[in-house]
Structures are given as C-alpha cells and as structure tokens.
Design a protein around this ligand. Structure first.
Ligand SMILES: [Zn+2]
Length: 321
C-alpha cells in the first residue's frame, strides 16, 4: 500500500518521531472523510509494531508482527470500532465497556516487548460515558502505549480529550495531486474531473462516488432543481423522492450546484439552471446557506420530508419561473 502523495510530509514527521521514540501517547487524526487520515493512522499503527521497518519508516508487511496485524491477532494491537448489537446490526456509538476493556488491556505489559497500540475509529462516535473513560486513560498513560484516534468530525469530541492529544493535520491535496492519484486508481480523465468537482476536490470521496451511482444521483438532483425552477415538478413531489433515498447526499449536491451556478453567473457565464441575471447571485448564495442548514437538521428528529419540502419550496420561489 502506498501513501497518497499529499500525505508524505506528514508521514515523514510521524515516522521520524516513531523512530526517535518521541511519539505523543495520544494522537488525533482529524479530517473530513476522503483525505487519507485512516490510511495514515493505520500506516503508523502497523509501523509501530513492525520488527523490520522499511527505510521510509513504513511496516515491512512480512515480519511476524506484520502478519499478526494483518490477521487481526497481534496481542499488542487493539482496534476499537462499532460492536455488533444482539440483533447482529452494528451499534452507532462506541460504549464505555469498550473503553474499560481497552484500558485494562493497555494496563498489561506488551507481549512483544515493544509498543502497545490502540486505534479508535470513529473516535467522534464515543458516547459521553465512553469519552469520560477514555479521558482517564489519556490522563494516566501507561508507558509504551500509543492511542490513535481517528475522527471525521473532531468537534464532536470533548475539548478535554482533544487537549490531551496531539492533532495530526492532513493536508488538502492540490487539484493536480488529486487528479494524479485518481488516475492511479484507474479513473478516466473526464470521470475524475466530474467526481472532483462534485466532491469539491476531495479525492477519496470522488473515488467512492465514481464507484457507485452517486454521480448519477448528482445529475438527477440537478434535473430536479431545474424542473422545480421551471415549475414542471412540485416541491412536494421532489421532497418525497429525495426523502426516500440518500437525502443528505442529495442536499449536499443541491447546495454545491447552487453555489456553482452563482460562480458561473459571477463570471458572466450562464449556468446549468438557465439563470442569467446577476441579481440571482445573492439568492443562490442564500439558498446555499439554507440547504446546508437543512443538512444539519437531517441529523435531528425533525422529519426529513418536511425539512426537504421547506428548502425545496424556497428554491421554487427564489428562482424565476
Ligand atoms: Zn513488519
């Protein structure tokens, strides 16, 4: 596994700190999904346990420790993620029992005589009591243990936990770096460009969206917004369709499409929705904000179809018929 090119500087710093035995005992890998923080955290976890690291500091993949890590049976490596509930479905949070088990395990000495590594992912889904238990572990670190926390949204972690960890920043790639990486993943030039536009330059997201029908969904959203603007479909009809399938992704696409339209108008071009008047720009900007607020509401108990209806009605009335 090779590291994405935009991760190499950060990797070099981590590998050097590991080799010099001065890694912080709590490391927080925080970045939106798709930029490679998981790759980085896993590379560090495996490198920390490897017995014959490569010259660039990465794990060899062949020694006994590496084989055990790959098999999921290394005694000094604990991965904490969602457990399965009794009905076989995964939980949506990490529990206090999991954190208690982890602290007990870290209190034992390393079986290989090296570091003990714990990787908590997604750390932003620790429930309140689990976060408290983890805080105690971070406050009284056992010697030779390193806890790696991986979080898409670090703001969901208590400040007390964040302040106990060293934050590892993941750089946002340039367009060229992201395109180069997508080409290596065998994505065609046109597809890679469309996917990067849709994801606002997020390469992992672009790749994931190219692999399924998500980009087609973006076109459907654009068609729906155009039909609404021209009065060919009703907000109610579109809200029901969107509520039934990936409402959050659709709203995200809709918000970005409105923003793109505003940018085109600002450049003097005409947009995909056929808007031409520069007077539409502030309305589009306002709707972009509104759509993003609506996305926030989707995570609450407010009914999804009502949230969508509200924001889509606003779209129909804001855009000229
Ligand atoms: Zn190895």
């Amino acid at each position: 596994m090779s590291l994405q090119p935009w991760l190499t500087d950060t990797w070099r710093q981590l590998a050097t700190a590991l080799a010099q035995q001065r890694l912080h005992h709590g490391l927080l890998f925080a970045a939106p999904a798709g930029y490679g923080k998981r790759v980085l955290a896993n590379a560090l976890a495996t490198a920390a346990l490897c017995q014959q690291r490569l010259p660039d500091g990465r794990a060899c993949g062949r020694c006994r420790a590496c084989l055990l890590v790959a098999a999921g049976t290394h005694p000094d490596f604990t991965r904490v993620t969602f457990e399965l509930r009794d009905d076989g479905k995964p939980r949506t949070e990490i529990t206090i029992d999991q954190m208690r088990n982890l602290s007990q395990r870290l209190a034992l000495s390393s079986q290989f005589g090296g570091l003990q590594i714990a990787l908590i992912d997604p750390a932003d889904r620790l429930n309140a009591s689990a976060a408290n238990a983890l805080l105690k572990t971070l406050e009284e670190p056992a010697t030779a243990t390193i806890i790696l926390l991986v979080a898409d949204d670090a703001s969901r972690l208590p400040a007390t936990i964040r302040s106990r960890c060293q934050r590892i920043e993941v750089r946002v790639p340039t367009r060229d770096e992201a395109m180069g990486w997508l080409r290596e993943q065998r994505l065609g030039e046109a597809d890679a460009n469309t996917a990067l536009d849709a994801s606002l330059g997020n390469p992992g997201q672009a790749l994931a969206w190219s692999a399924d029908d998500t980009l087609a969904l973006r076109n459907t959203c654009a068609d729906d917004l155009a039909a609404l603007a021209r009065g060919r479909r009703s907000a109610l009809e579109v809200a029901e369709a969107w509520a039934a399938d990936r409402p959050d992704t659709r709203l995200w696409f809709a918000a970005v499409l409105a923003r793109d339209e505003a940018q085109r108008l600002a450049r003097g071009d005409s947009g995909r929705f056929g808007l031409t008047a520069p007077g539409e720009i502030p309305k589009l900007a306002a709707w972009f904000g509104r759509a993003n607020q609506a996305r926030g509401l989707l995570a609450t108990t407010v009914r999804t179809d009502l949230v969508l209806l509200d924001v889509l009605r606003a779209w129909s009335t804001q855009t000229p018929q």
